[in-house]
Design a protein around this ligand. Structure first.
Ligand code: GLY
Length: 433
């Protein structure tokens, strides 16, 4: 079997590693913008090209007689890479554009939730003009402001966080309106969690819930990033959640897949990512994405016990409902090492040396290889994952390994520690009371 991976980050490295471990002994090929040394080492061959260049990707997939493709990031989905691959006779993990719109148009996603009565949708409105937008901000008083398009997780700003007051929310809204429409919605207060599911058009297989950490510095301070690290527990739920919270989130995701079919008459095949906030009145939807999370993929893919290629085949054949997908009962902690100055002024082309990582798993992200050495590109560089019987033990594995990575890098020591998890539990207890 010949499998093509589209994308060159940490998420695509963990996907490639699991495909490589399949008993089907597949040959792996990749299209990535820069040479990710982890992915390159697992491939028969790769093309260094923009993942959004549909013509070049399809040309390469045909040239390599690819049977099945896995689209990692959102940008190629947004330009219709899956549609083009299916048209070329290649099966794809990753929804067609008509369904992937749920990620790349946040205004569409909110109107869709409203139209189909999908639970967990906050009060919101969409604006193209400043006057009505400012009036709505005044009316709600406490808001989140989102550009409608893709921003790599860095475009949303929330009052009380990045926006100190109503005036700041108005200024940011006006700035965004220069480029396109803006979603303004009530600010949700609670603890965030991610729920990812494999979808074959009808059935959903859920991964354990994950909590990501978007802020760059310890104590959840500083600007937002794509995610500095994340953890899962041995159970499906996280320590601050109740089973009923997870059931509610699953129900929302199932209703979403059903409604997407009603709306588009197209089966959703790939990953549905639900970003939730657990509030005092249950889970609310922050957004949906059409791919695995990064870093959430690094927590959840390594603990899959079922053959990954069989899972991929079940997704594209619509037989996921008949495949028992199993996970090992391990907690995981993933932490990213990022270049000095990240995210605002990151050091690029700086050498990274990865050695002696003990039991930890390592996934290369935004780095490139040249002359046998590895260098930063300016974004998240290397993801380190610990898997163990408790979150605490997994955190220690990841942290010990991080201390051995050399380079002008930094990371968050607090992710996955007992102290930070207790803070999440206490926060949720306070909200629920
Ligand atoms: N970790 C956030 C995301 O992948 O969207």
């Amino acid at each position: 079997m010949r499998i093509l991976i589209i994308g060159g980050g940490g998420r695509e490295h963990v996907i490639a590693a699991r495909i490589k471990s399949s008993k089907h002994n597949p040959s792996i090929y990749a299209v990535m913008a820069k040479k990710n040394p982890g992915i390159a080492a697992l491939c028969e061959d790769f093309l260094l090209e923009k993942e959004t260049d549909v013509e070049k990707v399809i040309g390469y997939a045909k040239f390599r007689n690819i049977d099945i493709a896995f689209v990692g990031p959102e940008a190629p989905l947004a330009v219709g890479i899956s549609d083009a691959l299916w048209e070329a006779g290649i099966s794809v993990i990753g929804p067609k554009k008509i369904c992937a719109i749920i990620e790349f148009d946040k205004a569409w996603a909110r109107n869709f939730m409203k139209k189909y009565g999908i639970e967990g949708c906050p009060t919101y409105k969409i604006f193209t003009e400043e006057g009505p937008a400012h009036a709505f901000i005044e009316k709600l008083g406490d808001v989140a402001v989102k550009p409608s398009g893709l921003t790599g997780g860095k475009g949303v700003k929330v009052m009380g966080d990045q926006l100190p007051d109503i005036e700041a929310a108005k200024v940011y809204t006006s700035l965004l309106l220069e480029k396109g429409s803006v979603v303004i919605e009530e600010r949700l207060i609670g603890e965030e969690f991610t729920l990812q599911a494999l979808v074959d058009g009808k059935s959903l297989v859920f991964f354990p819930a994950v909590q990501d950490h978007k802020r760059v510095y310890e104590g959840d301070l500083g600007p937002n990033t794509g995610g500095m690290g994340s953890y899962t527990d041995v159970k499906e739920i996280l320590p601050f959640m109740l089973s009923e919270d997870l059931e509610k989130a699953k129900q929302i995701m199932k209703s979403t897949v059903k409604a997407l079919y009603e709306e588009t008459k197209t089966e959703y095949m790939g990953i549905l990512y639900g970003q939730f906030i657990l509030t005092a009145s249950g889970p609310k939807v922050v957004e949906f994405n059409a791919r695995f999370g990064d870093p959430e993929a690094m927590n959840t893919i390594p603990i899959i016990e079922t053959d990954f290629v069989e899972i991929m085949l079940a997704v594209v054949k619509g037989t996921l409902g008949k495949l028992p997908v199993k996970f090992s009962r391990q907690a995981t902690v993933c932490k990213y090492a990022v270049p000095a100055g990240y995210p605002d002024n990151p050091e690029k082309d700086s050498e990274v040396i990865v050695e002696d990582l003990g039991e930890a798993l390592v996934y290369y992200a935004s780095v490139y290889e040249k002359g046998g050495k590895i260098y930063t590109t300016g974004s998240r560089a290397v993801a380190i994952v610990g898997c163990a019987e408790t979150i605490d033990a997994a955190e220690k594995i990841a942290q010990n390994a991080l201390e051995n990575i050399r380079g002008n890098l930094f990371f968050r020591r607090d992710i996955g520690t007992a102290a930070l998890i207790q803070k999440r539990i206490d926060h949720m207890k306070k909200l629920r009371s």
